[in-house]
Write a protein that binds this ligand. Structure first.
Ligand code: GTP
Ligand code: MG
Length: 137
């Protein structure tokens, strides 16, 4: 697949990293197809991360993701999902490689600056969670 979905999370937005993160994304060869700054209600954040509903950190995750503004985007590049997960680095920034977005900008495992879809199927579902069909051209 050639598209993925990302969100700049509330910690990175609050810390003033939107511009630097978008520069990293463009610099790595991704084209921004769709982009919006918005805020998730707890209900919408819970729906977005419903796959983690049974995990012990779910409540904390939903509370954090609805705690401030986020930036949602659809990105295009060959091998987008896999290459973007490499660009953002490990879920826990303590384990992320040097130069990755999470190593550079994340605060902690729970406040880890950015989301990247984990499959082509989820990239399409997550993109459509935020953007209408007409907004995805
Ligand atoms: P996303 O791109 O946000 O989906 O991260 P991921 O795919 O690297 O990780 P995963 O989908 O497994 O977990 C979703 C999010 O839950 C992570 O990005 C973390 O912020 C958070 N998370 C995962 N494990 C823990 C944990 O043990 N404690 C806390 N507080 N948060 C966690
Ligand atoms: Mg995930």
């Amino acid at each position: 697949g050639n598209r993925t979905f990302t969100m700049i999370k509330p910690d990175a937005v609050a810390n003033g990293h939107i511009g630097a993160i978008l520069e990293k994304i463009n610099g790595a060869g991704f084209r921004i197809v769709a982009l919006k700054m918005t805020r998730l209600s707890t209900e919408k954040a819970g729906e977005f991360y419903a796959v983690h509903k049974e995990r012990p950190f779910y409540g904390e995750l939903v509370e954090f993701m609805s705690s401030g503004h986020i930036v949602a985007a659809i990105l295009e590049k060959d091998n987008a999902v896999e290459d973007f997960r490499k660009l953002i680095g490990a879920t826990n920034p303590a384990n992320a490689d040097a130069g990755t977005i999470r190593k550079l900008f994340a605060e902690s495992l729970g406040r880890n600056a950015i989301h990247g879809s984990d499959s082509d199927e989820n990239a399409a579902i997550e993109g459509s969670f935020f953007f209408s069909g007409l907004e995805q051209f």
